[in-house]
Design a protein around this ligand. Structure first.
Ligand SMILES: *[C@@H]1O[C@H](CO)[C@@H](O)[C@H](O)[C@H]1NC(C)=O
Ligand SMILES: *[C@@H]1O[C@H](CO)[C@@H](O)[C@H](O)[C@H]1NC(C)=O
Ligand SMILES: *[C@@H]1O[C@H](CO)[C@@H](O)[C@H](O)[C@H]1NC(C)=O
Ligand SMILES: *[C@@H]1O[C@H](CO)[C@@H](O)[C@H](O)[C@H]1NC(C)=O
Ligand SMILES: [Fe+2]
Length: 443
């Protein structure tokens, strides 16, 4: 049931006529592709739009939608197909209204405790198809697939195919999921598009501007669809908002920040971030990764300077704590910076990566600032996804895979990373130690 939008196609064609300033010279970029809309494919009583997300150290949240209100909120599961020796009804269900749109019943059920690195077979609501997922390992190595600004075009489908073609443990998404932009049926279409991937591996997401969906007076706070459909384990990390949270997986502490929630020094998000960083035990989780939608470093002309106020507010916290990498989306291109602090190369600062090139309908952000700033190491406007394989407590490998039908293993950019936890020259800043002591005293 794929409808094609000719106006969008025209839009892409126009975009494609812009100059391609920074692609590697040997790469000829394939032509743009149209939007996809996927309507319901199952019977009305069957669960659809199934996706999973991590909760705590050994639980998984299973989320699905039914069109009927009275369907049961139960997940049956086990380690062999068709043999469900366990079940859970722990969780919540919700639905929401947006103008004339009424969502289906959204079920969020948490299952576990689950074994690490184990395949489970499961069924939602007592009927419908069987799904399966693999839990992440509890120790290194672990591999993340990372992609932002996904949308739902044929480029999105291509990106997802590339992601699915090689195994990984957890998908991280730094904002801008469906590009529904208030057209609620597009949230359902997105749920169906990603289900084959998001039902198999946990998808951990944070929000971008396309999730906001505010409307004066009626929907002042926004994020109605996002918060209902993409519930993340915020309470488990002491956050009071689904719009920022953190979690641990196999020796990595992952922090999801919110670009569109208050971030000044008096804000809840800032206080939470401070406390969250203070709690990290670098022996248990030697690596710290941060995801945020709007990049703090960006040499593309698109969205230039938009992350500046958040950077000014929070960069020092991340720097002092020795965060290893900061991933962002928003800009529809790939860019890798060197280790940076306060706009200068700094061996104790995080690596900054922009990976907002998942395949959305707005097309690529083609034009970069010229000449390239010295802290920008690689930049290219092509669709693709990233992979972060954390080999052990000291070494991780980053690679960027631009969409390329003929070769799934091709890496357009790559880099070996050494953790700060194993570094003798970049111990956490003394201001961080003081902050940590101060926060512990308050507890
Ligand atoms: C996870 O399981 C696979 C095969 O089942 C194995 O090759 C891999 O080493 C395991 N990973 C960890 C971290 O235990
Ligand atoms: C960590 O992994 C890297 C890359 O595979 C390897 O060279 C290094 O020896 C490993 N270190 C330890 C302590 O296992
Ligand atoms: C894939 O990438 C390789 C390396 O850049 C290139 O030689 C090949 O032509 C590309 N294939 C397609 C279909 O773009
Ligand atoms: C894919 O790319 C990798 C790395 O560039 C190369 O080693 C391999 O031969 C390529 N495979 C195909 C089928 O082109
Ligand atoms: Fe965005």
């Amino acid at each position: 049931m794929a409808k094609k939008y000719s106006s969008l196609l025209l839009f892409f064609l126009l975009l494609n006529s812009l100059p391609n300033s920074d692609a590697s010279p040997e790469y000829s970029r394939p032509p743009p592709r149209p939007a996809i809309f996927i309507g319901p494919t199952r019977s009305e009583s069957d669960p659809e739009q199934v996706h999973i997300s991590l909760v705590g150290k050994d639980h998984m949240r299973v989320t699905w939608i039914t069109s009927h209100k009275h369907e049961k909120s139960i997940v049956e599961y086990g380690t062999s197909p068709g043999n469900y020796d366990k079940s859970s009804m722990t969780g919540e269900r919700m639905s929401y209204r947006y103008f004339f749109y009424n969502s289906g019943e959204i079920h969020h059920i948490t299952i576990g405790p689950l074994g690490p690195n184990t395949t489970y077979y499961y069924r939602c609501g007592g009927n419908g198809p069987e799904f399966s997922f693999k839990t992440p390992p509890s120790t290194f190595p672990i591999e993340f697939a990372i992609v932002g600004d996904l949308g739902q075009t044929e480029w999105t489908a291509s990106t997802l195919k590339h992601i699915g073609a090689k195994d990984y443990d957890v998908l991280l998404l730094p904002g801008d999921l469906s590009y529904a932009d208030t057209q609620q049926p597009l949230w359902d279409s997105f749920g169906r598009l990603v289900e084959p991937y998001a039902s198999k591996r946990p998808w951990m997401v944070t929000h971008g501007n396309h999730e906001i969906e505010t409307f004066p007076i009626i929907y002042r706070h926004g994020f109605k669809a996002y918060n209902s459909r993409w519930l993340m384990p915020y309470q488990e990390s002491g956050s009071t908002s689904n719009l920022y949270y953190s979690f641990d997986v196999a020796g990595c502490h992952v922090i999801m920040l919110g670009s569109y929630v208050d971030f000044d020094a008096q804000s809840d998000q800032y206080m939470w971030l401070q406390a969250d960083l203070a709690k990290v035990d670098r022996v248990v989780t030697p690596w710290i990764f941060v995801l945020v939608h709007v990049p703090w470093y960006n040499s593309n002309l698109a969205h230039k300077g938009e992350g500046e106020s958040m950077r000014k507010s929070m960069e020092e916290l991340l720097y002092n704590a020795r965060v290893d990498v900061v991933f962002a989306g928003h800009v529809h291109a790939y860019e890798r910076f060197t280790r940076v602090y306060d706009n200068k190369a700094d061996p104790c600062g995080p690596i900054y990566l922009t990976i907002g090139d998942g395949g959305n309908r707005e097309g690529l952000a083609m034009i970069f600032e010229n000449p390239s700033p010295s802290i920008s190491m690689f930049r290219e406007a092509s669709f693709g996804h990233g992979r972060l394989k954390v080999h052990n407590e000291t070494h991780a490998h980053w690679s960027w895979h631009r969409n390329n039908e003929s070769n799934n293993t091709f890496m357009a950019d790559e880099l070996w990373l050494k953790s700060f936890a194993s570094s003798k020259s970049c111990l956490p800043h003394e201001k961080f130690q003081e902050m940590k002591t101060h926060i512990k005293d308050e507890l």
